[in-house]
Design a protein around this ligand. Structure first.
Ligand SMILES: [Zn+2]
Length: 412
């Protein structure tokens, strides 16, 4: 089998998909179930059908494109990622795994290879938490990590429920039908940009993921007392933003002092009400994101954040409510897939090293129901989730080649 990735086709498809965006190029904004997202999905589905794949969608909008193997009833070899993009993102996050996955399948088809196990490309719904406040919506439902009832209660910022939004987007059926049956997958492999600087720094083209970090997120609402910025004297104030500032620094400090480089904590949203120059902030809403490769250490940081909420609330006479949105366990990648990826790298004389995924991915949830592994390619400066995110054509092609080789080995 001689595998040839078509760089021009793959790179031009990545460029074309980036044009489905609600932001001006080079920025990409593609939020789940918006008209732009639906147009992008339609475009990708057409590419899959052109490759002779059989496309189906579930009630959550997860999209499967299957190349039937000679044993169509055998468990599936899966690959894929997401095409939704946070506001003002770049064009490679998720997309490399989807269009790279498609290109890997086409390269295998053109090489004359015939799989025994069917190979299936999966485009996950809403990996990004932008619209419904929770990431990996599609893979949580596929793996049964999120119950259909909890999913139905999710709302977007316009107070529309997931159920309403997905039905309006054309995804009918019941969410109960989304969970995949046990044994569906033989293996699942996701190709992704690293979203960190290690591969580029060490000039290694492939990172083989051995572990995916455990994410947790909270929504915190702080209520103090508003008033005129001139009229209310300092001793009488219960300024919600000052309390938030203290809490944000406490969160930073909890992560910094965990004792491990793998602990990270971020406050990415700070909404201030009423948000006027001459008005004391009465209410602040924060988002808190905490991650670690070690569950206990992650949970220690979460407890420290809770303690800070209590002490700051008492000290500043404000109310602080925190709501846990998710607290997921880390996942270990399957040794047999890690080995298949390593073999593929050796075969093509590509350097590789084991790496931890600090960002989480749909593979974290698919790991609950299937053996999973991921491969990373370098991205410039480790940038992602910003318009200047960049992965080089050579690296994209190399990653796709390793993916194709691995899918071939797994599907035998
Ligand atoms: Zn991603």
């Amino acid at each position: 089998m001689s595998l040839a990735i078509d760089p021009e086709r793959l790179l031009s498809e990545i460029d074309t998909l980036a044009l489905f965006s609600d932001a001006e190029p080079p920025a990409v904004t593609r939020v789940v179930f918006t008209p732009t997202d639906l147009k992008a999905r339609a475009w990708v589905k057409t590419r899959c059908k052109e490759a002779g794949l059989t496309v189906r969608e579930d009630a959550a909008g997860n999209t499967f494109a299957r190349w039937n193997g000679s044993k169509p009833d055998a468990p599936v070899i899966g690959t894929g990622s997401h095409i939704d993009a946070i506001p003002n993102a770049g064009k490679y996050d998720g997309v490399v795994g989807v269009l790279g996955g498609l290109e890997a399948i086409r390269a295998l088809q053109q090489s004359g290879f015939r799989p025994k196990h069917s190979i299936e490309l999966l485009i996950f719904t809403s990996e990004e938490p932008t619209r419904f406040g929770i990431g990996c919506l599609g893979s949580r439902l596929l793996s049964g990590t999120l119950s259909p009832d909890s999913a139905r209660r999710l709302k977007d910022n316009d107070d529309r429920t997931l159920d309403e939004v997905r039905r309006r987007a054309g995804f009918a059926g019941e969410l109960e039908e989304v969970k995949l049956p046990a044994g569906y997958y033989e293996a699942f492999v996701e190709l992704h940009i690293e979203q960190g600087p290690l591969l580029e720094r060490q000039q290694i083209p492939v990172g083989i993921v051995t572990k995916i970090a455990a994410p947790a997120s909270l929504r915190v609402v702080i209520e103090g007392s508003g008033g005129h910025a001139g009229g209310v004297l300092m001793p009488d104030r219960r300024d919600a933003l000052c309390a938030a500032a203290e809490l944000i620094l406490a969160i930073e400090s909890a992560a910094r002092t965990s004792g491990a480089i793998d602990t990270v904590a971020t406050v990415g949203i700070c909404d201030v009400f009423p948000g006027a120059v001459n008005s004391i902030p009465a209410r602040v809403r924060l988002s808190v994101d905490i991650r670690d490769t070690d569950l206990q250490r992650r949970d220690l940081v979460m407890r420290a954040v809770e303690d800070s909420c209590h002490s700051i609330s008492a000290k500043r006479q404000v109310s602080i409510r925190s709501e846990l949105l998710n607290a997921d366990a880390p996942a270990d990648c399957a040794p047999e897939i890690v080995e298949a990826l390593s073999q593929a790298c050796r075969k093509h004389k590509l350097n590789f090293f084991p790496i931890v995924s600090r960002a989480y991915h749909d593979s974290l949830f698919i790991a609950r129901i299937a053996p999973v592994a991921m491969l990373f390619i370098p991205c410039r400066n480790g940038y992602s989730h910003r318009p200047d995110g960049y992965a080089s054509p050579d690296d994209i092609v190399r990653g796709t080649l390793v993916l194709a080789e691995t899918l071939a080995a797994l599907s035998q």
